[in-house]
Every structure is written in C-alpha cells, then in structure tokens.
Design a binder for this molecule. Structure first.
Ligand SMILES: NC(=O)C1=CN([C@@H]2O[C@H](COP(=O)(O)OP(=O)(O)OC[C@H]3O[C@@H](n4cnc5c(N)ncnc54)[C@H](O)[C@@H]3O)[C@@H](O)[C@H]2O)C=CC1
Ligand SMILES: O=C(CO)COP(=O)(O)O
Length: 315
C-alpha cells in the first residue's frame, strides 16, 4: 500500500521520515516546500533530520492520487478547509488524521470532518504521546491508531520506532489527543505562575475528569481515555517543556512574551470545548478558566480563586 503525508510541519515530516526509514515509498507534500526537495531535509520545521532515500517530496498535491493511505498532518483549524478544497483527490482513500483538536467553527473532531467532506473515504485517527523530534530521532514511541477494521492499516503504518495499538473508537481517541492540549496549557500556566507541582497534579487529574465527561457525552467508550491517546498523551504534554501547549502556558503564567508562529492547538480547542460544555450544560471549569485567561476576562489569580471556591463535592 502506498503512503503519502500531507502537511510538512514538524509532525508530518517526522512521520514521513520514520515510515520511509523502513524502506517504504512515502510521499511528503508541503504547501510551501521551500528547499526541502534539494536539501533532503525540512530545515524550517524539523532541522537536523535527513530524509531517507525512499521519501519523495511531492511536487503537487495531485500526486497524492497514487497513494491508498493519506496521512493528514495539517493543523486542526485548517483541516476542514483543506479537505473541502481537495475532496476530489481523496475519494475512496484511507484518510488518517494526525492533527489534535476540535474545530472551533463546527465543534467537530477530525473523524466527523472527514466523514462530512469525503464520505467515500475511510477515516482513521493517529494519536498518542509522541514529539516529532523523538519520532524523527528514531526513539521508541507507542501510539493509538483508531479505524474500523484497522488491522491492515496498523501493519502498514507501524515502523521500527512507532508501535501502534489498534482501536475502533475514533471519537474517544481523537478526544484524548484534543483535550490533553487544553489541560497542558492550564498546567503550564500553573507552573509558570509558581503555583507548584501539587497544583499541576490536581489540574491533570481534574482535567482528566473533564475529558471523561466530554467524551461520555460525545459517545466515546468509557475506557478509551485510559489509553495512550488520553492518559498517555496527557502525562507527556503536561510535564514536558518540549510541548508547545505546555510552553505556551508556561510563558503566559510567567508573564513572558507568548511564542509566535508555532502551532498551539489547545487555544482554539479550549474555546470549542467550553462552547460545547456551556451548550450541553456539563462542568468543564478548567477548560473554561483557560479560555477566560486567554481572553483576558480573568487574571490568573482570579481564575485560581474561582477554581478553588467552587462548591465542595465528591470525587
Ligand atoms: N509536533 C509534534 O510533536 C506533534 C504534532 N501533532 C499534531 O500535528 C498537527 C500539526 O502539527 P505540527 O506538524 O507540529 O505543526 P507545525 O507548526 O510544525 O507545522 C504546521 C504545518 O502545516 C502547514 N499548513 C498550515 N495550514 C495549511 C494548509 N491550509 N494546507 C496545507 N498545509 C498547511 C504549515 O505550512 C506547516 O508546515 C497538530 O494538530 C499537532 O497537534 C501531533 C503529535 C506530535
Ligand atoms: O501532541 C504532542 C505530543 O504527543 C505534541 O504536543 P504539542 O503540540 O503541545 O507540542
């Protein structure tokens, strides 16, 4: 089965490198390829990792039509527009969403967006704890691949350093990857503002409870979030400064200039999730406080005060 990766940010590039390291023919398409084809490296988004020989930089997006499996590695808020623009190229393909988030405009995750724009395609979700640099460096990782009847796909996308676990719960897997970014921003804020590691552990745990509430209402299986794309990615992202979401929170909490030009998926997803929580009348106070701080409706001190003064309840 031939594979292409669309979107040559850090993650798309890392996945293409890992897949091609096994000698598979892999196509990588970038909206703006720069000198990638001649340099055999993505010097802007993932410098220092040479492309294996079997990785081809696609000249035009139409070249993707020879592939059966297409990995979508564009940022979440661009996915719907990207699919709408290119839907005719994706008929009957297996489309593997690698982005993590909830679309702010529609409130949908990648699986439903794929189903709506490309009804003849087979949707799949790849998610779990993995920094692009770790994958590109050949370090060991374990991720979840969600797809109906996904055994062949699991075999096709497993590599020497990416061990894939299979799931049929697309909604649960995409929610884990999307919502952990919101909690990671909250944790970064807490550490940046000097609130301490106990506060971070509390935010991770109560943030996880919010993820479970959201997932239950969206029809996810109750145990999916305990896997790699939920608990696994929450742990990684809330504890490593390699995470852009956590680092963004750190800067916010510390009062430093916010990083620019990086993909911080949790910002838009926090808003999408809070909108849903409000309309569905479920409690997601951490997500709502992240939005309030981002929108400057509350200071960090006021947000903390608000979380601590909520009515006492059972765990
Ligand atoms: N970087 C990482 O370690 C990981 C990233 N992800 C997810 O992968 C997704 C992409 O993230 P990164 O690759 O890290 O982002 P990035 O910030 O490195 O790159 C984003 C890329 O998307 C391209 N792009 C933006 N809009 C586009 C459009 N309309 N059409 C085509 N290309 C477009 C940009 O040109 C850029 O190359 C995100 O949802 C992120 O959560 C998931 C796991 C790990
Ligand atoms: O999803 C990731 C790790 O699994 C990457 O996290 P960031 O997008 O916060 O860098």
């Amino acid at each position: 089965m031939s594979i292409s990766v669309l979107g040559a940010g850090a993650f798309g590039t890392a996945l293409a490198i890992s897949l091609a390291q096994d000698g598979r023919a892999v196509g990588l398409w970038a909206r703006d390829p720069g000198d990638m084809a001649s340099a055999r490296e993505n010097t802007r988004r993932l410098p220092g990792f040479a492309f294996p020989d079997s990785l081809t930089v696609l000249e035009k997006i139409e070249d993707v039509q020879t592939s059966d499996i297409i990995l979508l590695a564009v940022p979440m808020q661009k996915l719907a527009g990207f699919l709408a623009e290119n839907a005719t190229l994706f008929q009957d393909k297996t489309l593997v969403a690698c982005c993590k988030g909830v679309d702010l405009q529609s409130g949908l995750g990648p699986a439903e967006i794929i189903q709506r724009s490309c009804p003849s395609a087979t949707p799949a979700i790849l998610s779990g704890p993995s920094f692009a640099v770790d994958i590109a460096a050949g370090l060991p990782t374990a991720l979840t691949l969600a797809c109906e009847d996904g055994e062949a796909l699991q075999a096709a996308l497993s590599t020497k350093n990416i061990r894939l676990y299979r799931s049929s719960d697309l909604i649960g897997v995409e929610i884990g990857g999307a919502l952990k970014n919101v909690v990671a921003i909250a944790c970064g804020i807490a550490i940046g503002a000097g609130l301490g590691e106990s506060a971070r552990a509390a935010l991770m745990t109560r943030g996880y409870a919010e993820m479970q509430r959201y997932a239950a209402l969206k029809g996810a299986n109750s145990d999916t979030l305990s896997g790699l794309s939920g608990f696994g990615d929450l742990t990684l992202t809330c504890s490593s400064a390699k995470s852009r979401n956590y680092s963004f929170g750190l800067a916010l909490g510390h009062g430093d200039p916010l990083p620019e030009g990086t993909t911080v998926e949790g910002r838009a997803t926090a808003k999408a999730v809070s909108n849903f929580a409000q309309s569905a009348n479920i409690e997601m106070p951490i997500a709502q406080m992240v939005v309030a701080v981002l929108d400057k409706q509350l200071t960090i001190g006021q947000a903390v005060e608000s979380l601590l003064s909520r009515p006492l309840k059972e765990e």
